[in-house]
Design a protein around this ligand. Structure first.
Ligand SMILES: [Zn+2]
Length: 461
């Protein structure tokens, strides 16, 4: 592990060396040490331990959570003791976002073990309808932080370096340009555990040009942001020929990642992008492998199934619905939670880690394009051509399907000429595979949904 040379912070007054970490930090360190080993276990061994933890979760859920104990109990009692993990899992019906909303408080345990720590309630991004509200425990955030540290180790990140973060913040007024918000460490645990470098934070709704100016002033070693924001930053940076001399790598989170972005970042900044897959409900689900571009599922925390429409498991190379079981949330157990994303299953990785592999994560199901014949498909948008046609920077773009025949293009940019609009409409229809009626709308800004997700393609059907 690349942190082996780092000493943790000492929590005991007067004790400098060897340092004695505080209780939380000691637990994260103990977890990190185990995660460092278990990543190399064979896949079967990882599944064996997942199965044991799943049983503990099922016992807890069917013992203390009204939704499982009362609503599902009669359907699934016998299967919950089945020999194979798969049979036990498949006995539990999929938990959709709608089901979470319907179950409400009934999905919360009435007896969370005290040792799981304080509860925190969170509402997650939902651009349609009511947001999903669940409880998490202090223990789930502890595991999240250990996984983040493992990801830092995978990519050899220098914890003493300076991090810049451009993302959704609850109170954007605190992280506004031109200054942003300055913190003394990267995040709570890495700050409590190790002495990290400083972190500068900027609200994601800052205009891209101001973001670039802010980045140049901050001159960070690492940048963390959303893929769509990175794409906009790269446009602006290349147009301005604005260098960021110290920047060593970019981390992206929270959105579908287009592989073209990796090449674009290499071209403009000469550095790599590392993407990770997380959700507020479940935490860090998968991170990019340091050896190849695929994602490794953090199997010690999340049991991920990728399913065909008929509910069978996808084979390598197939794309299916992502269904996640959070193995450690005993406050609102999410068992077989259909998170709303699609993923492609990958073959075992040549790096030797036994952690399951996802080759691609294809964003959200609610953003699928529907053709007039009812066929749904993932729209692969080449946003590059908008800027080429306009011959001017496009700050933001959102494509909205208004009906089976109508598409609206929302743009934040100088108004296009009628000829340019026609050309963009033609290229878009080619990319989407159907002659839609295309309308243009020019906006000051296109807001993000709560939670910071930017809906690049929005379906209002
Ligand atoms: Zn790997």
């Amino acid at each position: 592990m690349s942190f082996a040379s780092l000493l943790p912070r000492s929590a005991i007054p007067g004790i400098v060396w060897p340092p004695i970490p505080g209780v939380m930090a000691a637990r994260v360190l103990a977890l990190l040490q185990q995660l460092d080993r278990s990543q190399w276990w064979p896949a079967a061994e990882l599944r064996r331990w997942q199965s044991k933890q799943l049983q503990a979760l099922l016992d807890h859920a069917f013992g203390s959570v009204p939704y499982y104990r009362e609503d599902l109990h009669d359907q699934v009692t016998a299967e919950l003791r089945a020999e194979s993990m798969l049979e036990r899992l498949q006995a539990v019906p999929l938990l959709t976002r709608a089901a979470v909303q319907r179950a409400g408080e009934r999905l919360n345990s009435i007896q969370v073990p005290l040792q799981h720590g304080a509860l925190a309630t969170l509402s997650t991004a939902g651009s349609t309808g009511r947001p999903v509200t669940i409880n998490k425990t202090q223990l789930t955030s502890l595991i999240w932080h250990a996984l983040i540290l493992r990801e830092h180790a995978w990519h050899g990140r220098d914890l003493a370096a300076k991090m810049a973060v451009i993302r959704f913040v609850e109170d954007p007024a605190r992280a506004r340009a031109p200054e942003g918000l300055h913190q003394s460490g990267w995040d709570t645990i890495s700050h409590v555990l190790y002495e990290t470098g400083p972190c500068a934070l900027l609200a994601i709704d800052t205009p891209v040009r101001e973001q670039v100016q802010w980045l140049q002033r901050e001159n960070p070693d690492y940048l963390l942001t959303y893929p769509t924001n990175l794409a906009a930053l790269l446009e602006c940076l290349s147009a301005d020929q604005a260098p960021l001399p110290r920047l060593r790598a970019v981390q992206t989170i929270s959105e579908a990642f287009d592989p073209d972005l990796r090449a674009r970042c290499r071209e403009v900044l000469g550095i790599d992008v590392v993407d990770s897959y997380s959700s507020q409900e479940v935490g860090l689900i998968a991170s990019q492998c340091p050896t190849c571009a695929a994602y490794h599922v953090h199997a010690e925390a999340a049991l991920v199934e990728v399913l065909r429409p008929n509910g069978a498991a996808c084979r390598p190379g197939e794309v299916g619905r992502v269904v996640v079981t959070d193995l450690h949330n005993f406050a609102t157990p999410l068992i077989r939670y259909e998170i709303g994303d699609l993923a492609e299953v990958g073959e075992a990785c040549r790096c030797g880690r036994g952690l399951p592999v996802l080759t691609r994560i294809l964003g959200r199901v609610r953003n699928m394009l529907t053709l007039p014949d009812g066929q749904q498909l993932w729209p692969r948008l080449r946003n590059q051509f908008f800027a080429e046609v306009a011959q001017a920077p496009i700050e933001q773009i959102q494509i909205v399907q208004k009906s089976l025949q109508q598409i609206e293009i929302r743009l934040v940019c100088a108004r296009l000429t009628p000829e340019q609009e026609q050309r963009v409409a033609r290229l878009l229809c080619q990319a989407l595979g159907h002659r839609f009626d295309v309308a243009f709308q020019y906006c000051e800004t296109i807001p993000r949904s709560r939670g910071g997700k930017f809906e690049e393609f929005l379906s209002e059907l």
